[in-house]
Design a protein around this ligand. Sequence first.
Ligand SMILES: [Zn+2]
Length: 543
Amino acid sequence: MKYLFASLIFLSFYSCYQSQTADLILHNGMIYSCDEEFTIYEAMAVKDGKIVQLGPEREILNGYDCENIIDLKMAPVYPGFHDAHCHFEGYAKTLNEVDLNGSASFDEVVARIVSFEENNQFSWIKGRGWDQTLWENKEFPNNDTLNILFPDKPVAVRRVDGHAALVNQKALDIAGITPETIIPGGHIEVINGKCTGLLLDNAYDSVAIYIPDLDEDLRLELMQEAERDLFEVGLTSINDAGIESKDRNQFIKWYSNGDLKIKDYCMLFPDEDNMKFASDSGNYRTGNLHIKSFKVVSDGALGSRGACLISPYADHDHHHGFLLKSIQEFEEIADLAASIDYQVNTHCIGDSANRAILKIYEKYIGAKSDHRWKIEHAQVLAPEDFDYFEQYGVIPSVQPTHCTSDMRWAEDRLGKERVKFAYAYQQLLDKAGLVALGTDFPIERISPLETFYAAVSRMNREGFPEGGFQNENALSREDALRGMTIWPAYSNFENANKGSLEAGKDADFVILTRDIMTCTFEDILKTYVERTYLNGELVYSAE
Ligand SMILES: [Zn+2]
């Protein structure tokens, strides 16, 4: 009797224990939690979109009633990947433009434009991705051929970095640009008294405003197609680096309706209307959209020599590049942000731009303890300026594939000495204690595995250079993984809910075909996403 009584108690206790239900259990895997201790678990249980428990195989399998049990067969699981700097709609729009990436010559650029036009007839021909540094003739192209081929249709094709564009005469005419036009923060190339069609930075914007907007249905269709691509490469979170006020409400509408679900931390360009929205709304969330920061652009890109340098370019006498706004304008934005508890995330490429903005940060956040203001790119720094990151808790948000794309010509632009302090990710990590990693897509490809590979190997996809470019700045695999998961979440004030696999956090995770923490460098690029889950929901499956 005594024995029976004891078993009854045990049984009722057991069935109560058993009656815990889970929506999904993963077991027999290598689950990289990315928690503080970098714990690796065998099994994980998920319920209502949240992680409920991680632990040993038996404990999880015996602990829950669950209909949906996945045997990982030792496949690795990581927190959903997070791209800390990208352009979601910029990428979506490329799905509707001439893709000029990887064109081996200007002739190929023209050929791709002609074939695109044969298949699509839009009112403007738009394209993106050419890069003259890949061509035998590394000079910037001019619009002579485009003027002959398309005398009546405007053409605007942007360089891979988005900071330079080639437009034809028709597009110049529409925008009213002549050799005499002057546009602050931009450059219109004029040779022999004639516009060549090459426009840098703000000069291109003055043409872009004439390109008609896509209609609303097509726009959403492209965004959803882009979102599917992002899930397919394992992204569950992105930081959208710059939304104009005219697009802000559209994003709010898409996310409030649930039309888009990838978690988007949207940075607002500080135009007047966005600044008003920021002041009125503060820390704003709807659906999976989160808005709490300004994206400021301080200079251009190194490739098109728009980056602002302290000493002149090594390959262009007396040319320093330029800042895109006055110091006073930058200060006004920082002042507002500091007063409404907003973040400032500033694009800084050149060492002069980095220094100017870090000094402004020092002035406005010096006394604030937890601001998480960021420098986007932090590409070229004067050696003495790394200390700002440590002293003021500034977060570097960097793009490892920019390093392996730019390394072919970075030394030409910067010279032997200065290049040592460019793309210096480990040095930044040493000072800042964290780095957020991204791609800046559509400038680079969308895959976070390419980010991981470039960060740890410092080589391009062809395995060049052997041993890695300035390899002392390669990141460890552990840090690279944190840079694609928990650190960007932290940088957005989102680390309490996501960025690592821990009980109570969102069930955002990916299952890969291979363990990128242990495989060879080469094999990282042959690794694919098996499944992507967002809040416990399967959003991509390779099957
Ligand atoms: Zn960007």
